[in-house]
Design a protein around this ligand. Structure first.
Ligand code: SAM
Length: 254
């Protein structure tokens, strides 16, 4: 008895003309980056966690509601969340700012399942679109038919992505002139008592979380290169870091 996948492969190979199959794979190779390692890793992390994620994270992913309140998108603005998780931020933001259009990418198909369910349950499918994508290499034109955004938000995702600097570069490159990048994440916790800080850092490693101590410096360097302005804060005694980068409205100065 032959294996099931080879049967399918044999049938498919017979159905697709050689020239078409060659074009198809060329196009995929050129345009797509398929983030299998990150997808596997995040799916392992969130397969069960996603069911209790929103209920538990409300107590320690601090600053997310402020980030949403500060977005203030104009009517018709396009807003992207990179690493949208369960869709919690997108749903709250879409309800708060009904005139804007909302988009999200996440590398975890488990988290996306929760996001899609949450969006449908709140009847927001016409205003929020989410899809699979890697924050370090995404093309929103391919994913959503939109080349750039008025606002991009990254909430507690940089601390989980090893190549977080590539995420910042990708996000800045996908902002419209005058667009804003909004970030909230774990901070250095430098103003917390020593024991609390040590316990918290150890606990975060269980979730594959590494606070990006360098965020202010890296973001400021990138902002300077693109003529952007940055506001940076360390709220909650340094528990969190909060940043807004604003691109100039015209073309960048040489
Ligand atoms: C701590 S959760 C934050 C979710 C949401 N932004 C929030 O504030 O509740 C981090 C999210 O980043 C996603 N993520 C991790 N690596 C990623 C990558 N390379 N590209 C896109 N998303 C990624 C995870 O799957 C997860 O949903």
């Amino acid at each position: 008895m032959s294996a099931f996948p080879s049967d399918i492969g044999a049938d498919m190979a017979g159905d697709i003309p050689a020239n078409l199959s060659a074009n198809f794979s060329d196009n995929l190779g050129d345009k797509f980056f398929w983030a299998t390692e990150a997808t596997d890793r995040m799916n392992r992390m969130y397969r069960r966690q996603r069911h209790i994620y929103d209920g538990t994270r409300r107590y320690y992913l601090l600053g997310r509601d402020r980030l949403i309140a500060d977005l203030k998108p104009e009517a018709g603005a396009n807003v992207l969340e990179v690493g949208c998780g369960t869709g919690r931020n997108l749903v709250l933001a879409a309800r708060r700012f009904p005139g804007a259009c909302w988009f999200g990418i996440d590398v975890s198909t488990e988290m996306l399942t929760s996001a899609i369910t949450a969006i449908a349950r709140r009847d927001l499918t016409s205003r929020i679109k989410v899809t699979h994508g890697d924050a370090t290499a995404f093309d929103p034109e391919l994913l959503f038919g939109i080349p750039s955004f008025d606002h991009i938000m990254i909430s507690y995702s940089l601390s989980m992505i090893p190549n977080w600097k590539a995420v910042l570069e990708a996000a800045i490159s996908r902002l419209k002139p005058g667009g804003r990048l909004h970030i909230v994440d774990f901070g250095r916790q430098e103003r917390l008592p020593g024991i609390a800080r040590a316990l918290l850092l150890r606990w975060l490693t269980l979730f594959d979380v590494t606070p990006r101590d360098d965020l202010e410096r890296v973001l400021s360097t990138m902002a300077a290169a693109s003529g952007a302005g940055v506001k940076f804060e360390r709220p909650f005694r340094g528990y969190a870091q909060y940043a807004v980068l604003t691109l100039p409205s015209g073309p960048a100065k040489p």
